[in-house]
Write a protein that binds this ligand. Structure first.
Ligand SMILES: Cc1cc2nc3c(=O)[nH]c(=O)nc-3n(C[C@H](O)[C@H](O)[C@H](O)COP(=O)(O)OP(=O)(O)OC[C@H]3O[C@@H](n4cnc5c(N)ncnc54)[C@H](O)[C@@H]3O)c2cc1C
Length: 385
């Protein structure tokens, strides 16, 4: 078959692109995926106890973007779910993002003074970056910022990224801001949910179109080749004259010419527990204990009612391309020197006018699902419509 578009990677980016190209533009699309399933890191499945498990870590859809919410709602019903995250700190379970309750729990001695200082300086419901607190002239706020950095994020980020202690501060902008409220939800977006029948069901609905061919278990390099001098793309050794949308790793595309972009990987261990519930909350982090960062109990997300429950331990590990246990690039390590390597790849990619690089691996960026869906929808309407 002659394809108008070839897409590498059947994650949410590749699937959204395929759906729009096939349904709206009536183009013929080939979607190539190296795993044995679609969905990328959002993939889920039903286990033997009937619980929906997110294989690559818990995924909660959350957004204020009505366009994206309405778009995905064409393909799924939703189970409304407001995610909550607790951190175990000094034997107390503390809500994060840190809020006024977290202050009461961890700073009983001076919580009133801290809250007064916050309310003197910020509006109710304000979100205050941790860095801003740490740099505050007010001694209570500065102390609070340092307290949150040290007690909540430092050890968690150390486990997650395994970088030198002195460099963890460089990731401070990734840390959830303090919320001047009693709202204990992890996200405060208007729409928060998981697909009622799972992400896979939603993705299958998105790909239901005779113009879409999905090739699973296929590394793109097995069927595509790129001549980097002429910038031509070959599919099964024949020149491909359509457009390639590439959502795989940008460094892999350029044969790691400037070196591998650093990632952290995860080992996710699931355990079935013969009880109705295991813990009091969907996700609990253990910044100071254990090698894993957190335990997630899936039933909270899906609202399923079963006699068994399944929990997932998340162990951050070194990314190792040659070790099948640790070769999934989960988290980009967005330190300045790594970003500079990415910029070199990006500059190179701009010469390939017949190829669009988009998605978390192609852009070395930690997107949330709604952000990448919006970006792909914009791409299709601005570039291909
Ligand atoms: C642990 C974790 C939890 C998360 N939780 C949330 C959350 O709660 N809410 C939220 O909004 N977002 C969450 N995210 C982010 C979300 O996973 C991403 O936004 C989303 O996966 C990005 O989609 P993508 O298509 O760009 O990438 P991916 O999902 O990674 O898809 C890329 C696809 O390309 C394929 N591929 C790669 N190389 C090749 C190759 N050589 N040949 C063929 N195929 C290839 C991969 O196998 C993969 O299927 C989380 C991320 C992680 C890591």
């Amino acid at each position: 078959m002659q394809y108008d578009y070839i897409i590498v990677g059947a994650g949410i980016a590749g699937i959204t692109a395929a759906e729009e190209l096939a349904n709206i533009l009536e183009k013929k699309v080939l979607l190539i995926e190296k795993r044995d399933h679609i969905g990328g890191n959002c993939y889920d499945y039903v286990n033997e106890h009937g619980t929906i498990i997110h294989k690559y870590g818990p995924h909660i859809f959350h957004t204020n973007n009505l366009q994206v919410y309405n778009y995905l709602s064409l393909f799924t019903l939703w189970n409304t779910y407001n995610h909550k995250v607790l951190y175990k700190i000094d034997n107390k379970l503390v809500p994060v993002p840190f809020n006024l309750i977290s202050i009461d729990k961890t700073r009983p001695g001076d919580s009133e003074e801290i809250k007064d200082a916050l309310l003197d300086n910020y509006e109710v419901n304000a979100k205050v970056p941790i860095k801003e607190l740490m740099e505050s002239d007010n001694e209570y706020l500065k102390d609070l910022g340092e307290h949150i950095f040290k007690e909540v994020y430092f050890k968690d980020y150390k486990k997650l990224y395994n970088i030198e202690d002195t460099r963890i501060i460089e990731l401070v902008d990734k840390m959830k801001p303090l919320h001047v409220s009693y709202d204990c939800r992890y996200y405060d977006d208007l729409y928060q949910a998981v697909p009622s029948y799972g992400y896979e069901s939603m993705f299958e609905n998105m790909l239901k179109n005779h113009n879409i061919t999905v090739l699973l278990d296929t590394d793109y390099k097995d069927v595509l080749s790129i001549n980097h001098d002429t910038k031509k793309v070959y599919y099964n050794n024949k020149e491909f004259e359509g457009h390639l949308i590439f959502t795989g790793r940008i460094d892999e595309f350029f044969d790691y010419k400037f070196g591998q972009l650093p990632y952290r990987s995860l080992i996710l261990l699931n355990e079935d527990v013969d009880d109705v519930f295991f813990q009091d909350n969907a996700t609990i982090h253990y910044p100071k204990e254990y090698h894993f960062t957190k335990i997630t109990e899936f039933k909270y997300l899906t609202g399923q009612q079963t006699f068994y429950t399944t929990i997932q331990f998340e162990f951050p590990v070194e990314y190792d391309i040659s070790n099948p246990e640790q070769n999934i690039p989960y988290y980009p390590i967005n330190l300045e020197e790594n970003q500079k390597i990415y910029e070199k790849y990006k500059k190179l990619s701009e010469n390939y006018t017949n190829i669009t690089f988009i998605g978390r691996l192609a852009e070395y960026k930690q997107y949330q699902m709604d952000e990448i869906v919006q970006k792909v929808l914009d791409l299709i309407s601005n570039k291909f419509l």
